[in-house]
Design a protein around this ligand. Structure first.
Ligand code: IDP
Length: 192
């Protein structure tokens, strides 16, 4: 499933696309053997939910340098605590949708629960906190007995760009939920 207008593109080919801006976003994740396995998104200034990150200038920096700079601004932590590398890279998708042509690169960074928690605490003191970022949030990976509370309800939020598809991709690729549970949450969210 992919948001209409987004097409998969390789990291390499994306660099030769003309007239596209490049954006990098990262999902921070602490593996735990339970459905409470925390992973993080953020509430943006525009009321949409997305991952931390932002536009990067590929003329001056590598994708990862640009992403780490954005993460430092939005999460207020230094690179000793959080440093995304090329090995965390997962996917790239290009869109021609207005107002600008964008390639969205996506990363998943696995951390210990203690470090994820340190990052959440540091985020309150970040430069962008209360300006562009209203707060970090955790994604519920469970569904309540009513069939809607938890992940299905979370999926009814409004997401920026293809962040919802990146989220679902992450659930699948990290095998945090079964395919059936993911499909059920998506359908329940659409009906709810
Ligand atoms: O979590 C995300 N996943 C995918 N695309 C996103 C996400 N957040 C923002 N975008 C898109 O990435 C681009 C950069 O937006 P963002 O607000 O992150 O950058 P900025 O803070 O550098 O202006 C925009 O095209 C936006 O729609």
């Amino acid at each position: 499933m992919m948001e209409p207008g987004y097409r998969s593109v390789s990291r390499r080919d994306s660099r030769s696309l003309v007239g596209y801006k490049h954006a990098c976003h990262a999902m921070l994740h602490a593996p735990l053997p339970s459905s409470l396995s925390p992973f993080q998104m953020q509430m943006r200034f525009d009321g949409k939910i997305g991952f931390p990150g932002g536009f990067v200038d590929i003329r001056d920096h590598s994708l990862e340098d640009g992403l780490n700079r954005e993460l430092a601004e939005e999460l207020g932590c230094d690179q000793k605590l959080l440093c995304v590398t090329e090995s965390d890279y997962r996917s790239s998708h290009a869109t021609d949708a207005m107002p600008q042509k964008v390639v969205a690169h996506f990363y998943i960074k696995q951390l210990s629960l203690a470090d994820l928690h340190r990052i959440e605490v540091a985020a309150v003191h970040a430069k962008d906190h209360g300006r562009e970022v209203m707060g970090t949030i955790r994604v519920p990976l469970y569904t309540l007995r009513d069939g809607f509370g938890g992940l299905p309800a979370f999926l009814t939020n409004t997401f920026i760009g293809n962040a919802k598809e990146q989220l679902i991709y992450a659930l699948r690729t990290l095998k945090l939920l079964s395919e059936e549970a993911i499909q059920t949450a998506i359908s329940a969210g659409q009906e709810g």
